[in-house]
Each structure stands twice: as C-alpha cells, then as structure tokens.
Design a protein. Sequence first.
Length: 249
Amino acid sequence: MTLPFGDRAIDAVLFDLDDVLVPFQTLAAWQWAWRPQGPLLGERRVHAAVRRALKAWDRRRWAGVVGRQAPADLPALKDHLAATLTAIAGHPVPEADAVVRRMLHPAGEVERYPDVAPALARLAAAGVRVGAVTPLPEESARWLLKRLQLPESLLVGTGDPPGPVVPDKAAFRSAVERLGSAPDRAVLVGDLFWSDVRAAGRAGLAAILLDRHDAWPDVQAGRIVDLAGLEAALAAGGTATEAPEPPES
C-alpha cells in the first residue's frame, strides 16, 4: 500500500533513529552520563549547547558527503559528543572519553517521544514499510529500541563497519532496499537539514525535516515539529529546501 507524496506515491518511510524516534541527546541522558550524583544540569544551557552542537555535527557530516572531509564515522561521532560535553560544561572535561562511552552505552533513564508510537501505528495501518537508520553503534541502537519497546526489526542501518554509514548515498539506498522499496518510492524523516534531508535527496529519496530542537526555523516547506504532522507534510510533497549553504568545515 502507499501514501500520497505530492503527485506521486510512496510505500516506505525511513526514519533517522536518534532524536527522531528515540530521544538521545537529552538533559537526562547528559546528566546520567556526566554527573549522575552531581549538581543538576541547567535545562536551558543543555538545550542551547545541544542545538549548537547539532548544527556543527550537521556541517561535519555534510562536509563528508560532498568530499571536503573524510566521511563522518564513529570516531567523528565521538568527537562530536565530546565537543557537546565541553559546551555543556563550559570547559574541557578530563573524563570526557568515559562520559562519551556512557552516552553511547546508556543505562540511565530513557525518555520517549509521545508522538512516535501513534505515528508508527498509522503507517502500519496504511501498509507503509518503516525502517530506521543511525550513525550510532548497533549495540546502542538496539538497546534504545528495546528499552522503549520499539521493535528492533526497525533497524536497517547503523554506524558499525564494514558497510556504508548514513549520510553516505550508498547507505540510504541500502536501507531502502532492505525495506523492499526503491529511492523514488521512499521518504526520509530526519532532524538535520544538510546531512539528513539534503544527503537523502542526493540518494534519490524525498525527505521531511523533523525539527524537534527548533534548529531550522527558516525552513518552511517539508518541515514539521512533531510526527503528528507527518501525513500532512507527506501529502503536500514538499522536501525541505529553504536553508543557506553551510559554511566550509
């Protein structure tokens, strides 16, 4: 079965996992990873630091997509998380490596987005195939899905070698193929403008920007703030396009 996407139909929706289906860089997650028994972290400070760091991570990943840097791999993800920790703390943290390891292998509180289960149920009822991709290690991704009682079978691409990792063009196409679909019949829902939405477009997929962190307020077409608006955005058929070119990384 299919859903309308503008003047064509799609039969598969590919979700970015972290911060789209599963909360990852949250206040609670950073609190647990860095200083679980220490002073409480400030919500506004963490939110602002994460928002800035995600913009930088988007630029880094995009630089890998267009060949200005090596593709963003798991070590690059760890560097991004370490930089986020520095921004949250306001200074370098001596135990940063240990904090990053705890972020990637969480055992603390796992939050959930209330809009995820209803959206997945609606897509299932429509007969649309659904999968998830992530740059996180497979072990981390499966743990998060299990803790949130989401099916691990959703996972069709992770950050583990040796295969290509999103936002590589081949990784998007491989994930769609694993869903039994094709790029021109699939849509990506991601939270980063360049390395999710634009990178998926380079692989032939349409894309919707899920802007939970309000990081892309100037993007209008193809932008939603929660999954309640997914079907309306799909029907409108507007891939997000209105954002400036990121600076050189």
